[in-house]
Every structure is written in C-alpha cells, then in structure tokens.
Design a protein around this ligand. Structure first.
Ligand SMILES: Nc1ncnc2c1ncn2[C@@H]1O[C@H](COP(=O)(O)OP(=O)(O)OP(=O)(O)O)[C@@H](O)[C@H]1O
Ligand SMILES: [Mg+2]
Length: 453
C-alpha cells in the first residue's frame, strides 16, 4: 500500500527533530563553556589581591598583611588565607616530583569554573617561592554564569519554539495547500464551474493528497459528462416532442374545422401514446445513466424467455421468420428479467424493422466458459461502419428522416445497451459481410454477452 505522505512526514519530522536536538546540545555546550570562566577584569582583580598580599608577606609586614586580609574578607564577603604547603611523605614512602609539581590547594584563576557548584570554588595564586599560596574563596560577585539559568531556559525552551513553529507551518502548508485547493475547487464546482480541476495545480508531487485530487477530477469529469449528456437528452427530447405536438395541434385545428370525432380521436390517441412513450423512455434512460444500477436477484430460464419474446414478435410481425439455435435450457441466476426482455425486444424489433420482411432473422444462444452469448443477426443493409458505435447514442438514427424510420426515436439501442450493462453484460454491434461459395451474408449482428457462473 502506498503511504507516501506518511513516510515523507515521518522522515521530515525525524530529520528536523534530530537536527534540532543536536543544535540545542551544541549551543548549550558552547554557551556553557563561554560562561564558565571568571571575567578578565575579575581575574586581574584577584591577581592584584595576590600580588599585594605577596608584597606585604615578602616585606615581612605580617601585621599589616593580617589587617589587609581582614578588610578584604569583609569587603568581598568571603574568606582569604595565606597558607604554606609542604608535603612530607612518612613511613618511608615516596612522592613523584611530577605530582609535587602539579599539586595545588585551589583552582587557578583562569580555569573553567563548574557552574553547578553550590559553594563557590577556592581560587589559588602561588607566591614566587611556590610554597606559599594566596587562597580566596571566589567572591559571589565574581562567580561566572550569573545568567546561566535564564540562558539554559532560553536554549531548552524558547529556542526550539521557533524551528518547531516553522516545521509545523511547513507541514501544515504541505498538507493543507492541496486540501485548500480541493476546497476551493469543490466550491467552484458547486457554483456551476464544472470544468474546474485540481490535479494540474499540484505539480509533480505524488502522494495520498494527489490521489484525492485525481479522485476529485475524475468525479468532476464524470459529473460534467453526465450533465452534458442530460442537457443533450433534454434538448433532444424537446426536439423530438415537437413532431407529435405539431401533429396534435394540426389534429385540433382540423377538429375546429368540423372534422368528425371518430376520425380525430384515433389520431390524438396515437400522438399521446407516442409522447408518453418518448417521455417514459427518456426518463428510463436518464435513470439508467445517472444511477448506473446493477439489477440482480432474479433467476429464470433464458431459452423460455426468448421463446416468449419471439412468440410476441411473431404476433406483431406475422410474416417474420426466425432461425434459432439454442441449447434446450439455460438458467440465469442473478439477473433482471425486465431489463433483459426490454433489451431483447428492442433488438428483435430493430432486426425486423430494418431488414426485408422475407429474410429470416437468426437468433443464437451460445454458452462459453464464463459467459453466455445471445447473437441476433438480420439480413438487412447493416449500418455504415462509422456509425457502429453512434447507434448506441440516444436519439441517433442513421437515417434522420422520420419518414424512413417512422416509429423510431433512436432510443431503443441506447436503452438496450444500458439495460444490458445493468445486468453486468455488454452489447455490441457489427456488420455481417461474409461471402461464402454461393451466398453473401450481409446485415447487422448484435451480440449480448452475459456473465455465466
Ligand atoms: N438491425 C438494424 N439494421 C440496420 N440499422 C439498424 C438496425 N438496428 C438499428 N439500426 C439503426 O440504428 C438506429 C438506432 O436504433 P435504435 O433502436 O436506437 O432507434 P430506432 O429503432 O430508430 O428507434 P426506437 O428504437 O427508439 O423506436 C436506427 O435508427 C437505425 O438507423
Ligand atoms: Mg429501435
């Protein structure tokens, strides 16, 4: 299953989160490092204290030194000491010179100071003799990283806010912009712009949202087709209605001139019947085209059904000749009798109408592997090859003149094809043009293919 959008979003969010975490870590480390040193002016100050103490110490002014240290402690609110360091190994042990060289009592004043100590560290400046040391607990005012807590909060909380906001906005745009276009297109479509399409405006991207746009475009295309067909159907219907209505008006005109009722009523009856049939057929066609129903649920014997239709046709066209080739019986299980009867009647009536009355009509029922073929062939002139599909269009007649096709509206085959499709079959037409040794077969052959379990 294609989950492009899911994978793209997870990849972007993962990459962005990892980058963001690394950036925050880097910036936190860098900032902490830079904030962990005593300021230069404070370092100088501490050095000066140590220098002054060393001077007094070397000059032997111990009393003054002690007073000065007391004042310094008070002023800086800390403790200060001058201490001697001499390490004496006992019990015959021995200390490495390297260790003695590195030995310190406090931290150098240019060292990094850990920002998380509760107590300020003790700083040390050794005197020239290396054995005497000036020690001072770092005065609070000189403690580095005064704003570290705020900085830390800024880096951990405020800093991620901006990129996260940007990331959310980008994802929102990526997901929402096609949906907004779809929304706008839907509004336009509902306002009557049936030519609006979404997919072209989404460029080369290809994911679940473009699938949605494709589905919308497909729906718009189909609905637009349907609307055009319906408009055409209404236009054709009104056009076709004109003839019987004109004839009715003429009949009424004759009535006004005193023509007898007995002559008039059959004419009016014929015209109203024609109008009713025209409207009924058009409505059925519109229903079949709009709803595209699947008609199922009936089981019956196809051969029995065709026999009855042929009997009726024989009654209507007494000179009709039928050549049949059927299996003894053939049960259809999930079908619609009404749809199949109407379609077959249309086809047989056409064959009778459009071929010479003395030429037989052949009806064959042929069982194939997964289908049943019902083939109706006549011996008329067929239809010009370029019209073999057009004859299934509503109101299409090869010969437009109503005189040559007196009873036809051109709806029969359009209805028949949709009725057959409604029972999951198909209907096609081809011209017979087969020359054998002595004869030449011409005519139209209609083939219904029905699914057969
Ligand atoms: N068996 C046939 N042989 C020759 N032409 C045919 C045949 N069947 C149909 N046609 C042509 O196809 C056209 C459409 O047929 P269709 O059955 O849809 O309409 P119709 O027969 O004219 O009218 P309706 O069936 O509505 O009474 C016909 O007008 C005719 O020109
Ligand atoms: Mg017909």
């Amino acid at each position: 299953m294609k989950n492009t959008l899911f994978w793209r979003l997870s990849a972007s969010i993962t990459i962005a989160t990892i980058t963001l975490f690394s950036l925050i870590n880097y910036l936190t480390d860098e900032t902490e490092w830079h904030m962990s040193f005593i300021k230069i002016e404070h370092q100088q100050q501490l050095n000066e204290y140590a220098k002054h103490a060393e001077q007094l110490y070397l000059q032997g002014q111990h009393e003054q030194l002690s007073d000065w240290l007391g004042t310094l402690q008070k002023n800086e609110n800390t403790w200060v000491a001058i201490v001697k360091s001499s390490l004496t190994p006992t019990l015959g042990t021995y200390m490495q010179q390297e260790y003695l060289d590195r030995f310190v009592l406090g931290r150098g004043i240019d060292w990094k100071v850990h920002l998380y100590f509760n107590q300020n560290p003790v700083m040390e400046v050794p005197f020239v003799d290396k054995n005497t040391h000036f020690l001072i607990q770092l005065p609070e005012r000189m403690r580095p990283g005064a704003y570290w807590q705020h900085m830390d909060l800024l880096l951990q909380v405020i800093l991620p806010l901006l990129p996260l906001l940007l990331l959310t906005w980008l994802i929102y745009q990526y997901v929402m912009s096609p949906l907004q276009r779809l929304g706008a297109a839907t509004r336009k479509f509902s306002e009557g712009d049936h030519l609006v399409r979404v997919r072209p405006s989404l460029g080369s991207r290809n994911d679940e949202l473009t699938d949605l746009a494709d589905a919308f475009d497909q729906m718009a295309e189909n609905t637009n087709d349907l609307i055009i067909k319906q408009r055409q159907l209404i236009a054709d219907l009104s056009h076709e209605l004109r003839t019987p209505i004109t004839r009715m008006e003429m009949a009424i005109g004759s009535a006004k001139q005193g023509i007898s009722e007995t002559e008039l009523l059959p004419r009016l009856e014929k015209e109203t019947a024609e109008i009713r049939m025209l409207i009924e057929d058009t409505l059925t066609l519109a229903w079949l085209e709009n709803e595209k129903p699947i008609l199922t649920g009936e089981a019956f014997d196809l051969i029995e059904l065709i026999d009855i239709i042929l009997e009726d046709a024989q009654y209507e066209f007494p000179h009709a000749q039928f050549i049949t080739s059927f299996p003894p019986q053939l049960a259809l299980v999930d079908c619609s009798q009404r749809a199949l009867v109407q379609a077959l009647e249309n086809l047989i009536r056409n064959a009778l109408k459009y071929s010479p009355i003395n030429k037989a009509i052949t009806i064959t029922v042929d069982r194939r592997d997964k289908s049943v073929l019902i083939i109706i062939s006549d011996q008329g002139n067929g239809v010009p090859d370029e019209y073999l599909e057009s004859i299934f269009q509503p109101f299409f007649r090869v010969d437009k003149s109503r005189d040559k096709s007196p009873d036809g509206f051109g709806l029969g085959l359009a209805l028949a094809r949709r009725q057959i499709e409604a029972i999951s079959g198909s209907l096609s037409a081809r011209n017979l043009n087969e020359t054998s040794l002595h004869t030449k077969a011409t005519g139209l052959q209609m083939t219904i293919t029905l699914p057969y379990p």
